[in-house]
Design a protein around this ligand. Structure first.
Ligand SMILES: Nc1ncnc2c1ncn2[C@@H]1O[C@H](COP(=O)(O)OP(=O)(O)O)[C@@H](O)[C@H]1O
Ligand SMILES: O=c1ccn([C@@H]2O[C@H](COP(=O)(O)OP(=O)(O)O)[C@@H](O)[C@H]2O)c(=O)[nH]1
Length: 238
């Protein structure tokens, strides 16, 4: 079975995962491995849009941001996602993949602004679109940005590539007895307050009937297995 089960997907890449084993920042080997995974599925002809987080950079500045106004800190977080997006697009360029970064906040000398029809055009042309700066609003997360952009571009699924290999009954990093769901409904995930994604992202996807697949960004080949419809991670559905 080598045919993708999706035509267009929104891939959410963890910002925090980008730092690899470092304390913060972008780990070169990690970003190259992520790009190799993405290249493999792009070759299958899947239209890929990506939202990347910013936790890896924000960690490095967090001590200095203590006591800071929340909205200001969030704008810093959004700028961190712009840096990650640029790094990701450049790492893609180095392996011959054409990517376009579009930002939700306007910094036109650096990246082009998000314009939905333009994003759709890039996807149809087979380019990878990287959505930077989250939703452009403080008090949101890049998971919510993934839900929003995924809905806007008519993605068939949101793929959340994160540090854990699925949705668990409790945070597996804190509770060793937590068990993994192979599927779970949005209502269950929300009512059980499962923290793997924020409730805003879950609610938006539920309302748009946009399923989410949560899987490991660390496990080799996991993204490809998800794209091929193989048993991997946790499906969150209506
Ligand atoms: N019920 C749960 N199932 C899985 N992971 C959970 C759960 N509750 C909390 N988590 C935590 O959520 C984290 C993933 O979410 P998040 O911090 O938003 O990561 P990302 O960097 O991918 O955005 C996991 O590393 C895990 O520790
Ligand atoms: O629409 C958005 C998206 C992100 N952020 C900020 O950017 C940070 C980085 O994003 P996130 O934590 O989602 O990244 P990840 O967990 O994937 O590293 C967040 O903490 C927020 O401070 C925001 O304010 N609005």
């Amino acid at each position: 079975m080598t045919k993708p089960v999706y035509k267009r997907v929104l891939l959410k890449l963890s910002g925090e995962a980008l730092m690899g084993d470092d304390a913060y920042g972008i780990n070169r080997a990690t970003i190259e491995r992520m790009v190799a995974d993405v290249a493999e599925v792009a070759k299958l002809g899947v239209e890929l849009a990506i939202v990347i987080g910013g936790g890896n950079i924000f960690r490095g500045v967090a001590p200095g941001a203590q006591g800071m106004d929340r909205a200001t800190a969030d704008y810093m977080g959004m700028l961190a996602t712009v840096m990650n997006s640029l790094a990701l697009a450049d790492a893609m360029r180095q392996v011959g993949i054409i990517a376009r970064v579009m930002s939700a906040i306007s910094i036109e000398q650096v990246v082009e602004p998000y314009v939905r029809p333009k994003a759709l055009q890039y996807l149809e042309e087979g380019k990878i679109v990287i959505f930077a700066a989250g939703t452009g609003n403080p008090f949101f997360t890049t998971d919510t940005a993934a839900a929003l952009r995924g809905s806007e571009i008519g993605a068939q699924i949101v793929l959340k590539a994160t540090k854990v290999d699925g949705v668990y009954s409790a945070d597996p990093n804190k509770d060793p007895l937590a068990t993994r769901y192979s599927t779970i409904t949005f209502d269950e995930a929300i009512s059980k307050h499962l923290q793997v994604m924020d409730a805003t992202a879950f609610a938006l996807c539920r309302d748009q009937k946009l399923p989410i697949k949560v899987f490991s960004i660390v496990k080799p080949g996991a993204l490809k297995r998800v794209i091929l419809g193989e048993d991997e991670g946790t499906l969150v559905h209506v």
